[in-house]
Each structure stands twice: as C-alpha cells, then as structure tokens.
Ligand binder design. Structure first.
Ligand code: BGC
Length: 481
C-alpha cells in the first residue's frame, strides 16, 4: 500500500507559533504510514503464525517467506554439560574465536579473540572468508599460554548467523547471504565442511561438531540456566527467532518423536508481499540501496543495520518538504544527504532523553554537523525516531506472540540477544507490553537477556554431543541426529 502522504506545500517560510503548530501537524500526517493500529498488529500476528505453519509443511513451504529451517538440535541443555570446547562466532562485522570451559554449577568461562571481518572479505570469495576465519583461530590458539588445552582433537561449535538448510547438526548449507555479506561460492554449500577444510589446511586438529544459528545459541545459553526457555530472539544487526517445536509438526525433518529447535528466519517475512500493507516509500527507498533488494523485508524494518538509514531517509524527506531545519542549511548542503550518516546508535541516544528534554538529541544533531537545532528540530527528530522504534517493537511483538501461540505452552522464557535490544533504552519494556496485549493479561512469559549465546550456546551443544559420545574430544563431523 502506498503511504497516505497528503500533498504538502513547502512550509519553510512559516515562522509564527501557529505556523509551528501547523508544521508539527504536517509532520504527523507525513509519518502516519509508520503507525500500526492494534487491529493491524493482530492481523500481522496471524499472518506471521500462518507463515510459520506453512514453513513447517512440505507442500506449503515454497509459498511462504518464513522458511522454518530444522536445526537438528533436539534436546535442551541439562545444566550438567562439562567440557572444554571451541566456538567460532561469525554473523556480522565481528568474528570471534572462543575457548569455553563448562563446569556444572558454574558460569561458563570464556577466553576469546575478536577480529573485524573487513568489507573486502565479507564481499570477496568464500575461500578467502574461510581462510581468514581459520587463520584467526590459529592466531588465537597460538596466543593461549601453553597452546591448546590438550593434544586431542577439540570439538568446535560454529555459530554461523545466516539462513542455512540443515540435514544434520554439523551439515548446514547456506541458503542465501544477508546483512551485507556477499562471498562467492558459499551459497548452496555446506559451511561446516568449508570451515573444517580451512581449519585442516591451517594445520589445526579441530572437529566441527555443530553448526548453529545465533538464535539457537541464545536459546541454549539461557536454557542452561532457565529450563522454561523456549524461544531465542536476536535483535542486533539483523533479526531472527528460533523456537522449540514438536517434531510431529515438522514435516521438513525426519522423525516424529520429541521436539526440535526451529530456526524460523523470520527476517525474510514480507518477501511474498505479506508486509506490503505497512511498507512505506521510505522502506522501498532503503531496500533499493541494499545489496539484496526485495529480500529480508521484515529485517529491513527492524534490524540495527537498517533502522538508522531508514530514519536518515525520512529526515531528508522532511527537510525537502520544509518540516526540518527550516530556513537553515540549504537542502543540498544537508549533512544527512550522505548515506550512513545517521546510525542506530544515534537512534538509541535520541530516545535516551527523558520526555520533553533534548540534551542528548542536541548532541546527536551536533555530531551530524548541526550545532544549533531549534526545539522543533529536536522534537521532529525525536518523533521520527519514536515512530520507527514503535513500529519495530510492534512487529517484533507480533512475531513473538505468533510463536507463543503456535507453541501453546504456559509460562515461557524468551532468550534475547543483540546490540539493538541491549542498548535501546525502551525496546524491552515496549515489546513485553505489546506481547502481553496480544496474548491476554493472564498469560505468563518473560524476556531474559542471553549473555553471549553465540559463544556459550555453541559450546553447550558441542559439549552435550561430546559427552553423549563418551569423550570430551568428539571426532565425528556429521553426527548428532
Ligand atoms: C540472518 C539470521 C540471523 C539474524 C540475526 C539474519 O540476517 O538471516 O540467520 O539469525 O540475522 O543475526
């Protein structure tokens, strides 16, 4: 649906108090397409739930955008897992190589090395990407006092936060890249195998026993402490959620007894037009600037990689229409014309001000090269940030309520991780409030921050597997189901 933006004349010459009020009314009209009513939120929840249901069915799967990938993680941690394991976390700008020591009743202990994945590597060849990962792991192990903890082949859990189609715990074919990655020769290939080959080529005796998504990692690391955890949510650079489903509901995986963690890959929701009803011209403009237009429609409305840019596009529109920085800075000199200038970090700053105060907001304007914004300019910026954040929280609440209704369990803990959720001042509270509305007042659930699920979660899965096989240094590369 096209946004209902009224034809606006340029109002930059309006300066009287009534003109200011008029300008604020125009602002509200212009950003009205970002508004989602309660009814619409319920409709979206039902659509997401239906898409998840279709994702699980062999016949309907091709027609839904929520693919619901089976993960082959069939049991949740018992809290008794003990092991020394390695983990690799690759899912965005940072790569982490981690050594985790798990001991019953104790907090997992982590040693890690972090590296930025250069853009040239993110968009180069798959061979270079995995060579880079293996060489970082080698440097990490070399830096450990005394080298590897023991001579045997250490098990490794690989947190690879991209959509993968799995046929076993350690066999995961990359479906498609997201979040700006575009390495050649990886889509359609088994990333567990590519990593194993690169590690052995680097002379490392490491066995990749599991490939998992960051949502699964978050779920596992919270379930290690809280057995009622059933959902893992990531709201960082991208977004996604996984949940525990009964196997008899999952036609896309073998077996019908017990349950399995399902990686929904809900960031793709909207690719079949399901979100056209709320898609604005600004969303379309943002989408056209990305390397994967038409894909990851929901993710582009809520992910940290995109929210700042979406706000920048709206601000440029408002400047052009004479609603923002009236009379100051000719539009062609407006610093925000440059893509990437407004970040999601700025959004969190602006919304950290108490209502009616603009201290941080002014600082943000200052960082954007505008040292002297008026109160109205601050108000406009805050209003736009709030509208975009509000839509984001409603969409996430609709998604989470859809999963809660699909599982139909009482008292559920939702494990959450991701920088946007962590650093936004109000997201947690707002999402919880909306979920409660959608689920009904009596429904019991809670959201729990997962602490480093991508490291601990991977280690917990690797440890469980190794213990199952009777040794802490698992050798199988394809086991588990
Ligand atoms: C990926 C998911 C991942 C999410 C959060 C999305 O772009 O497709 O696999 O879980 O980002 O990192």
């Amino acid at each position: 649906m096209e946004p209902q933006v009224e034809a606006i004349t340029n109002v930059s010459n309006l300066v009287s108090p009534s003109a200011k009020t008029e300008r604020m009314q125009l602002l509200n009209n212009i950003i009205a397409p970002l508004y989602i009513s309660n009814d619409l939120c319920c409709t979206l929840e039902r659509r997401i739930r239906m898409s998840v249901e279709w994702g699980l069915r062999l016949k309907n799967n091709p027609f839904t955008s929520i693919k619901c990938f089976p993960t082959y993680v069939k049991s949740l941690p018992t809290g008794k897992e003990e092991c020394e394991c390695l983990a690799i976390d690759l899912g965005g700008t940072n790569l982490r190589c981690i050594l985790v020591s798990l001991k019953q009743g104790r907090e997992p202990v982590l040693k890690e090395r972090k590296a930025v994945v250069p853009i040239s590597v993110q968009q180069g060849t798959g061979e270079d990407l995995f060579r880079f990962v293996a060489s970082e792991m080698k440097s990490f192990l070399d830096s450990l006092p005394g080298g590897l903890p023991n001579d045997s082949c250490l098990p490794l859990g690989f947190t690879f936060s991209f959509p993968c189609s799995q046929t076993a715990l350690a066999a995961a074919q990359l479906h498609h890249w997201t979040k700006g990655f575009k390495c050649s020769n990886v889509e359609g290939n088994d990333v567990g195998r590519l990593l194993s080959e690169a590690l052995s080529a680097a002379g490392l005796n490491i066995s990749v026993v599991a490939v998992l998504n960051d949502t699964t990692g978050a779920l596992m690391s919270c379930a290690f402490k809280d057995p009622s955890t059933r959902i893992g949510l990531i709201l960082g650079t991208g977004t996604n959620a996984c949940y525990v489903e009964r196997l008899d509901e999952v036609e896309t995986a073998d077996g019908s007894e017990g349950s399995m963690v399902i990686n929904t890959e809900w960031g793709a929701f909207g690719e079949k037009g399901e979100l056209d009803i709320i898609r604005t011209v600004w969303d379309a403009e943002l989408d056209n600037m990305t390397p994967n237009p038409g894909q990851q429609v929901l993710e582009k409305m809520v992910g940290g990689m995109y929210l700042g840019e979406l706000i920048r596009i709206i601000l440029v529109d408002l400047k052009t229409r004479g609603i923002l920085l009236v009379g100051a800075y000719p539009t062609q000199e407006f610093s925000l014309l440059q893509p990437g200038t407004f970040t999601t970090h700025h959004l969190c700053e602006v919304e950290s001000d108490p209502l009616g105060e603009f201290t941080r907001c002014r600082k943000v304007w200052g960082k954007l090269g505008i040292p002297d914004p008026t109160d109205e300019d601050c108000f406009v910026l805050r209003t736009v940030c709030e509208a975009v954040s509000r839509r984001c929280c409603l969409l996430l609440a609709a998604g989470l309520a859809a999963l809660l209704k699909k599982m139909d369990e009482k008292d559920v803990t939702i494990a959450v991780d991701g920088s946007l959720f962590r650093y936004h001042p109000h997201f947690g509270r707002k999402i919880e409030h909306r979920i409660q509305q959608l689920m009904g007042a009596g429904y019991k659930f809670r959201m729990l921050m997962s602490e480093d699920g991508s490291g601990k979660g991977a280690a917990i899965i690797a440890a469980a597997l190794s213990m199952e096989q009777g040794s802490c240094s698992a050798n199988s590369n394809q086991s588990s189901n």
